[in-house]
Design a protein around this ligand. Structure first.
Ligand code: ADP
Ligand code: MG
Length: 878
């Protein structure tokens, strides 16, 4: 139908398809959304490939070179939904618009083909539409440049215009990328040949866009930046490194290529100083679940547990704070000062939170308006934000300095707010064409044209009534569409009753459409009034846009100040309701936490009405490494992570869940979970574990905090133990960082004799009536035994199996005295027994059988198989 419509609309298929081919040629890797009236159409392979992803019907219409043309289409008014689907399914979209009005083109030049052009390429990193964006997260488009031993990341959030660059050592790259988690990453195609780098990149971004290396040329980059920001010299941007110039240049180049209409908002780049930030690498982020919980979404993350912000910009800023805590006092102090003031003054805190609640996002509307893609609703959102900025300013007047410092950003927009809010209707229409832009009484000329237009409409209603009576056709209708304008429609069966002065315009399957002289006259009058009203609305809208854009910088600062206030008030609320304290941040390498808690586990327990047991942690210089033993499920991992999270919170400028905290600033934070706990990631886990461990040994400094949870589990006992042993020694003697290790290798506790700064701690449990009670309490010393069988009992293993296990254990423990080789045997058969409950409740008779039955040959690594052989031999000879 659409095909025929087009042809009838004046275009003929052949030249149009030729036009399509020309445009498609320029964008072979994108779906061409080809505008035809009220639809975007896709043709040929685009249609075939995209129809299932877009969930629209694939049809075949017309003929081209003798073949039927596959096509599918999506309505313009719902295009965002379809763009969302296409981008999510990994397509890139080229949006092709009609560059002139079809009717106009026909009237003016008798042209049969409407001029079309691609106005924009949409990729995951270049989204600006609210419907396509997560309001709580930045949507970063990043570019990576590599220069010898230096790397640089340039990134832009096109939905807000924020532009940043960061220069790094090559080995700091992983941490920086993980912090950013770009929606799309531009990388030099030649470098992607390097499989290690390619893997590293894929880990942090779903979308890698390969770009030719030449586009990363620093000289070209410098020229592009100068042109973009109208600078004769780059000095105002700071001392950009060569790699930074390359990355920034490639990024701007890509934006200019994809945002054809040219209008996109880009602030001057801000340099991120990586020394100013707490470095957290990808594995650490995963293991601490900072922004994403165990299932990869927000639920269960630290962020979800602490977010009490009430606006989208506040939530985004908080996410950023958690993703990149600072490592300098001067960055952290003012943030924590604000939280502290609001903890004290809970009336002010509540007033601010109430003021900001539900505030529409001002950053993204501003970027859209600057790009010429905005609408009245965006203006209204900015008016709302400006209004709230003024009110927030009023609340802060005369307040403490750490808040008053925001006043210049908040105040001074009251007039603009007033104009926007009193001019624009509420709710404002999405587009000016939708009508209803202004509040009544704002503009006399507009009101006059609107009332004329409305009178015309009611006239049409009366006309319809009259025609029905005159013709006797009860279901005669007067309707409007873009192609015919106003028309009279009667059912085909009634065509005979139509008066002779009706002019036939179109016949459909069940109906016939006419016009009449009177209808045309009415249409003209109505059209003139409507056009007039529309033109007037456009004029006023444009003027408001100009006014807003002229103050864009001020609006941005106001939004940033509001986000700061929302974050501070949210954290203050959290601190007050949870009994959190302000950490004391110092330069000495101390770490003294009194009664610390794990915010996420505590919240989860609380939901079940269970208490969380608070624990102290003191990594003073003379005991800066703690070795923690204790049975499974005792709370080792929880304790380790809670201390790492306390560092993240403290350096993000938040309060922390503890009675008191004194922390020497941490430069790098590392957290690793033994590979056995990380099986779901399905890689050669031991290899991964060792890679990650080697990163720590290479990168940790005396100012770092290292948390290692059961490292060495991914391999056989001896390997694992020896590696864990060597790692602890290295951290103790060479790196000299603060650290916490949980281990099930009791042998490791012997290290305390030779390492003076290693302190032994255990998680206490109580044996009670043959069972154990977890106290979740950390104390000095070494856990007595592994309590594995107790845990197995709690997990409901059948009694006979448990009894047999006790026998085997007793025997093995007797063998222990025979020497270390026996200890090896002690560890593995028992673990195997516990992890794979036997189907048969009858205890097996023979220890060799126990061992063999517990083995799953398919899951054994060659090395483990060899170990097993040794153990079998050992068991046979004992
Ligand atoms: P481990 O690493 O020693 O096996 P986890 O740290 O995984 O033990 O803790 C196991 C469970 O014990 C947690 O899921 C939590 O429910 C509970 N738990 C841990 N620490 C505490 C605590 N301090 N207070 C209360 N419950 C805790
Ligand atoms: Mg654990």
């Amino acid at each position: 139908m659409k095909w025929e419509q087009t042809v009838r609309d004046g275009e003929t298929s052949t030249p149009m398809i030729a036009q399509w081919r020309r445009l498609k040629e320029a964008h072979p890797d994108a779906l061409l959304f080809f505008r035809m009236g009220d639809f975007y159409e896709l043709f040929f392979a685009d249609a075939v490939n995209a129809a299932p992803a877009l969930e629209v019907a694939l049809t075949r219409r017309g003929k081209d070179r003798g073949e039927e043309v596959p096509m599918c289409g999506v309505p313009v008014h719902a295009v965002e939904t379809y763009l969302h689907r296409a981008i999510r399914k990994g397509f890139k979209v080229a949006v092709c618009e009609q560059m002139e009005d079809p009717a106009e083109a026909r009237r003016r030049s008798g042209k049969t083909l409407v001029e079309r052009g691609v106005v924009r390429l949409i990729t995951p990193g270049t989204l600006t539409e609210d419907a396509l964006l997560d309001p709580l997260q930045h949507n970063w488009l990043a570019a990576l440049a590599l220069e010898r031993d230096r790397a640089a990341l340039a990134r832009v959030d096109l939905s807000t215009g924020r532009f940043e660059t960061e220069a790094l050592d090559r080995d700091g790259l992983a941490a920086a990328l993980a912090r950013l988690a770009p929606a799309e990453l531009l990388a030099p195609v030649e470098r992607l040949q390097d499989p290690l780098l390619a893997r590293q990149l894929r880990e942090v971004s779903d979308r890698i866009t390969p770009i030719a290396q030449v586009r990363f040329d620093p000289g070209v980059g410098a020229r592009i930046l100068k042109a973009r920001f109208g600078l004769a010299d780059l000095a105002p941007l700071g001392e950009l490194e060569r790699a930074e110039l390359g990355a920034a240049g490639a990024l701007v180049d890509y934006l200019e290529l994809t945002q054809k209409s040219g209008g996109f908002r880009l602030d001057r780049p801000v340099r991120i100083d990586d020394g100013a930030l707490l470095q957290i690498d990808p594995a650490t982020r995963r293991s601490l679940e900072l922004l994403r919980g165990p299932d990869g979404d927000r639920a269960g993350s630290l962020l979800a547990a602490i977010d009490r912000t009430t606006s989208a910009i506040g939530a985004r800023l908080l996410a950023r704070r958690i993703a990149e805590p600072a490592a300098r006092h001067e960055l952290i102090r003012p943030r924590a000062d604000r939280v502290a003031v609001l903890v004290e003054d809970d009336r002010l805190c509540h007033a601010l939170r109430a003021l900001l609640a539900g505030m529409p996002d001002p950053e993204r509307p501003l970027a859209r308006l600057a790009a010429g893609r905005g609408g009245p609703r965006d203006l209204r959102a900015l008016g709302d934000a400006a209004d709230r900025a003024g009110k927030a300013g009023a609340l802060l007047q005369g307040g403490p300095g750490c808040l008053a410092i925001l006043l210049p950003d908040l105040l001074g927009l009251e007039e603009l707010a007033e104009r926007l809010l009193t001019t624009l209707a509420e709710p404002a229409p999405l587009r000016v064409e939708d009508g209803g832009l202004l509040q009544p009484g704002v503009d006399a000329e507009y009101d006059r044209l609107v009332s004329m237009r409305d009178a015309g409409r009611s006239h049409l209603d009366g006309f319809e009534q009259r025609l029905r009576q005159e013709t006797g056709i009860g279901n005669l209708k007067i309707r409007h569409n873009g192609m015919l304008g106003w028309y009279v429609e009667v059912p085909a069966a009634q065509e005979g009753r139509v008066p002779p002065d009706f002019i036939r315009r179109q016949g459909l399957a069940g109906a016939v459409r006419f016009t009449t002289a009177e209808l045309q006259a009415l249409e003209r009058a109505l059209g003139e009034a409507a056009d007039g009203a529309q033109a007037r609305a456009c004029e006023i809208y444009q003027a408001l846009c100009q006014e807003v854009l002229a103050r864009a910088g001020r609006l941005r600062s106001a939004a940033a100040a509001l986000a700061e206030l929302d974050v501070a008030a949210g954290l203050a609320e959290l601190a007050r309701s949870g009994g959190w304290v302000r950490p004391e941040l110092v330069d000495e390498p101390v770490f003294a936490i009194e009664a610390g808690r794990h915010p996420v586990v505590e919240a989860a327990l609380k939901a079940n009405g269970e208490p969380f047991v608070a624990n102290d942690c003191d990594l003073a210089p003379d005991q800066r490494l703690w070795l923690l033993t204790g049975p499974n499920m005792a709370g080792k991992s929880t304790f380790l992570r809670q201390n790492a999270l306390i560092v993240v919170l403290a350096q993000a400028g938040a309060f922390v869940p503890a009675r008191s905290a004194r922390i020497g600033l941490v430069d790098r934070l590392f957290s690793r979970v033994g590979a056995a706990d990380d099986l779901a990631r399905g890689r050669s886990t031991f290899m991964v574990e060792m890679l990650e461990t080697s990163t720590i040994l290479a990168r940790a400094t005396e100012r770092s905090l290292v948390v290692l949870d059961e490292i060495g589990r991914g391999t056989s006992t001896w390997d694992g133990l020896s590696i864990a042993w060597a790692v602890v020694e290295h951290l103790h003697d060479k790196v000299r960082c603060r650290g916490l290790f949980a281990t099930h290798y009791h042998e490791l506790t012997h290290l305390a004799a030779s390492l003076p700064r290693l302190a032994l701690h255990r998680v206490k449990v109580q044996e009670w009536q043959g069972s154990i009670v977890f106290l979740h309490e950390i104390g000095k010393g070494v856990a007595e035994s592994s309590y594995g069988i107790h845990v197995a009992a709690l997990a409901g293993l059948p009694k006979p199996v448990l009894n047999r296990a006790r026998q085997v254990l007793a025997k093995l423990e007797r063998n222990e005295a025979k020497g270390t080789a026996a200890r090896l045997a002690h560890d593995l058969p028992l673990l195997a027994l516990l992890e794979e409950p036997a189907e048969d409740p009858e205890p097996p008779a023979d220890p060799l059988r126990v061992l063999l039955e517990s083995v799953d040959p398919d899951s054994l690594a060659p090395k483990e198989a060899l170990d097993l052989l040794y153990r079998l031999k050992q068991a046979a000879s004992s």
